[in-house]
Design a protein around this ligand. Structure first.
Ligand SMILES: [Zn+2]
Length: 136
């Protein structure tokens, strides 16, 4: 997987988010707050983050809630690509990694820390994402 292929497969970030939702929840977009799996709707509008809304507890959320990606303002295609490359080559320099992903070196440094921690913690969501990305 590289940036060109990532953009070809997922022309817009929201396409990628829908894919991430499938990896995390399958066909069941369970609410992370109340656990409801019915009455989940997609928020209207051209929202980059493709937020979901739970009609049961009235909270909205995105696929990044309670994950290492939460709060990141970065394009999630680049975030995952960074994780993918780091997972395959943990010794890569931030400069080289940054050149491969188009993420600034400073941001690469910041997310690499989170990614390494998530990998150490055996984060199941991230592991499943990477397993699927490797097969593409
Ligand atoms: Zn809910």
């Amino acid at each position: 997987m590289d940036l060109e292929k990532m953009y070809k497969l997922f022309p817009e970030q929201k396409d990628f988010i829908v894919w991430l939702e499938g990896v995390r929840w399958g066909n069941n977009l369970a609410c992370p707050y109340c656990g409801a799996n019915k009455g989940i709707s997609r928020q209207a509008g051209e929202n980059r983050k493709a937020r979901l809304h739970c009609n049961n507890c009235k909270k909205s959320y995105s696929v990044t809630v309670d994950t290492a990606m939460q709060g990141s303002k970065m394009d999630l295609r680049k975030w995952v690509l960074t994780a993918h490359i780091l997972n395959l080559n943990s010794d890569i320099s931030y400069r080289k990694l940054s050149a491969l992903t188009g993420v600034t070196a400073a941001n690469t440094f910041t997310i690499a820390k989170k990614i390494r921690q998530a990998l150490t913690d055996e984060d199941i969501f991230l592991k499943n994402i990477l397993k699927n990305i490797e097969k593409m």
